[in-house]
Write a protein that binds this ligand. Structure first.
Ligand code: NAD
Ligand code: MG
Length: 397
């Protein structure tokens, strides 16, 4: 690999938790990777600092006013990065000819179009943005196959399962002798809480995750277990699994990142410290291995591994996600859209914690699944679900 020129990487969502961890790994291997483009939503100061270090060819912000601000600062610092704004620019840096690797780390539905563009351009796509796959699973996986994209899961559980499965699964999980996928969950900050104690929890409590440091949206999803529900749907698409083949296992230490169970009784697990740089480095270097800056796992310090079932009574989002996957078609997109609206309202102090699941369930009931035959249809159902969720929020006030 040392004879190759560095691979060009676009980091979508560079200023986020996954984006900054990605740049940390890239900076450890300047001979292997070179940043082509960095993108952010609104955090222009953070993007400026990253441009000073990584000198990308292109930087993208959501709004033109922020792009103008960044353009002026970069010009003053004599940095030749081209600055652009908006969704068309995100798509362009995702599909650019000189780019080999795209890290898809925008949070939520905003990441769908640029991530799909990277897939359709046949890139190596490192998928952190699970919402994109949840929304458009069938279309997304069809595009991966059609355009020979290399899709590597970055979500730690799916990265673990990927590492526990044989590389060639032409005949699916059954053909490889896999009977079940065991999806581990930390249980979030409210594991073991009684349902009635959950109604009063605050955004600060919900975002204080015991093991992982993450963006605010996924932190709330971890606290409601919607994150595990989205991950169940994600696993169905990534590994061609049925929801019944996936067992959620609460494992509070977050050291076993997930497992695959085989017909001969073997269970293969991937372990490591809870640090997203491990799956990120795996995705960047696959099928090789590179240093990620992660502390070696000290099993004596971990000392014990606990496993317990999930409490779907207290955390109904997991059940709602499983039901949406079973319903199929546009139901997962509706689930995701309603959840994004409800989580944003919770983070704003406009909605109670337990009302997140109530909003999602009500919107799912109001939007029966239809076939997700086209992207237009998925986006239309996403928009409808957001409108209905907004209506419920104003009723709840
Ligand atoms: P984050 O909130 O820390 O970062 C999100 C990034 O997306 C930021 O760079 C932000 O500027 C950008 N962004 C947000 N809205 C945007 C918009 N409308 N247009 C353009 N850019 C926008 O989130 P995160 O924790 O890094 O998570 C990113 C994705 O990775 C999510 O889909 C999450 O579910 C997934 N993921 C994260 C972790 C983790 O440990 N953080 C683990 C597994 C999966
Ligand atoms: Mg995960």
């Amino acid at each position: 690999s040392s004879a190759r020129p560095p691979q060009r990487v676009t980091v979508l969502g560079a200023t986020g938790s996954i984006g900054t961890s990605t740049l940390d790994v890239i900076a450890r291997h300047p001979e292997r990777y070179r940043v082509h483009a960095l993108t952010a939503g609104t955090r222009r100061e953070a993007l400026l600092a990253q441009c000073r270090v990584h000198r990308p060819a292109v930087a993208v912000l959501a709004r033109e006013a922020d792009a103008t601000w960044l353009r002026e600062r970069l010009a003053a610092a004599d940095i030749a990065t081209e600055v652009r704004a908006g969704e068309a620019a995100l798509v362009e840096v995702a599909e650019a000819g000189e780019v080999e690797v795209v890290m898809a780390a925008i949070v939520g539905a905003a990441g769908l179009l640029p991530t799909l563009a990277a897939v359709r351009a046949g890139k190596r796509v490192l998928l952190a943005n699970k919402e994109a796959l949840v929304m458009s699973g069938a279309l997304f996986m069809d595009a991966v196959a059609r355009h020979d994209a290399v899709l590597l899961p970055i979500d730690s559980e799916h990265n673990a399962i990927y590492q526990c499965l044989p590389p060639d699964r032409g005949d699916g999980l059954a053909g490889a002798g896999v009977t079940r996928l065991l999806l581990t969950a930390s249980g979030g900050p409210f594991r073991g809480w009684a349902p009635d104690a959950l109604a009063a929890v605050t955004p600060e409590q919900a975002c204080a995750h015991p093991n992982w440091s993450m963006g605010r949206k996924i932190s709330v999803d971890s606290a409601t277990l919607m994150n595990k529900g989205l991950e169940l749907i994600e696993a169905c698409w990534l590994f061609a699994a049925r929801p019944e083949q996936i067992q959620v296992v609460v494992h509070p230490q977050s050291v076993v990142h997930s497992m695959a169970a085989y017909s001969d009784g073997s269970v293969i697990a991937q372990l490591g410290n809870p640090d997203m740089r491990t799956p990120i480095a795996y995705g960047l270097a696959w099928p090789e291995r590179i240093a990620a800056g992660v502390e070696p796992l000290d099993l004596f310090q971990v000392a014990r591994l606990d496993f317990e079932p999930a409490d779907e009574q207290a955390f109904p989002c997991l059940r709602l996600a499983r039901e949406a996957m079973r319903a199929g078609g546009t139901a997962p997109a509706v689930l995701n859209a309603a959840n994004e609206v409800a989580v944003a309202a919770f983070l704003d102090g406009r909605l109670g914690f337990t009302a997140i699941a109530e909003v999602v369930e009500a919107v799912l009931d109001a939007c029966p699944a239809v076939p997700a035959d086209s992207l237009e249809q998925v986006l239309a159902e996403d928009a409808r679900a957001r409108r209905l969720a907004d209506q419920r929020l104003s009723l709840a006030r």
